[in-house]
Write a protein that binds this ligand. Structure first.
Ligand code: XMP
Length: 262
């Protein structure tokens, strides 16, 4: 056993989804408020976690909380709470630098207790993401790769045609990334729910070997059922829940609607 875990992040996510009866990952995001006291923000995040946590299998934290609350301060308190609830914690830091720096980013976030991080496959393997995968393997943590982002401009990068290094044939960037996810034994690939056809294509490459995480539901216009039917395994949902007047009701409704599709 290394890093306190006996099984891989991928299988711990499966267990969490089964145990909690949910494949929803809560994106614990809140908008910027210049006048907001950091304590108020932490309280707000804890409150949403308390209200909606029982409908989740994991919680994803982004810069929205890391910047104002600090990794080893408020964020670590949240990570501990996430674990107390029997959920897993994912950091959406989109690692995207040289390997030596990527390794330090991974080591700090894993030291803060995160079970997995999100990384950008654009930086490649050697002196890119290999050091991150090495650290993750040693500590039984996860690395989830970007596949096709959920926003409107995603096609400019993820949709461009590239020359496949092995076959020499023209191939869409997101298919090349899906193949890398298999080769690198990634724990997941993020594909926007706003592009169900891309979920389908990427799922054809990944099959059941690497699960698809799908953000973009609700606030960005994607639909949970469509994403699941196209092949998504986990749904990432943020503002639809965090900005709602009644986070527990929205989360419960979403959980119930997904149950009908699964
Ligand atoms: P909303 O409020 O739109 O929040 O439900 C979505 C959350 O997920 C992040 N996000 C992404 N993260 N790849 C990622 O790794 C993506 O394609 C992607 N699209 C959205 C977003 O920053 C927010 O935290």
């Amino acid at each position: 056993m290394t890093g306190g875990f006996e099984t891989s992040f991928k299988s711990r996510m499966e267990d969490s989804a089964k145990k909690n009866g949910s494949s929803i990952v809560l994106a614990l995001d809140f908008p910027f408020h210049a006048a907001e006291n950091r304590g108020e923000l932490l309280f707000k995040a804890q409150n949403v976690l308390e209200l909606a946590g029982s409908c989740m299998c994991a919680v994803k934290i982004n810069h929205h909380l890391v910047l104002p609350l600090g990794t080893f301060d408020g964020v670590q308190q949240l990570v501990n709470k996430i674990h107390e609830k029997g959920l897993l914690a994912i950091i959406d830091c989109k690692v995207n630098d040289i390997g030596a720096t990527n390794q330090v980013i991974a080591e700090y976030y894993y030291a803060a207790g995160f079970d997995a991080l999100i990384a950008n496959p654009f930086v490649g393997w050697e002196e890119g993401l290999k050091p991150v995968f090495d650290v993750a393997l040693k500590q039984q943590r996860g690395v989830i790769l970007l596949g096709y982002m959920s926003h409107k401009g995603a096609g400019e990068g993820y949709g461009q045609l590239v020359c496949d290094a092995e076959t020499g044939k023209k191939t869409p960037q997101y298919i090349a990334f899906a193949k890398k996810a298999l080769k690198w034994d990634a724990d997941g690939v993020v594909v926007g729910a706003t592009y169900p056809e891309k979920i389908r294509e990427i799922h054809e490459v990944l099959r059941e070997n690497v699960p698809i995480y799908s953000p973009g539901i609700g606030a960005q216009g994607g639909a949970a059922e469509t994403a699941l039917k196209a092949g998504a395994r986990y749904l990432i949902v943020g503002r639809e829940i965090t900005l709602s007047e009644n986070p527990s009701k929205v989360a419960e409704k979403l959980k119930a609607s997904i149950k009908r599709v699964e």
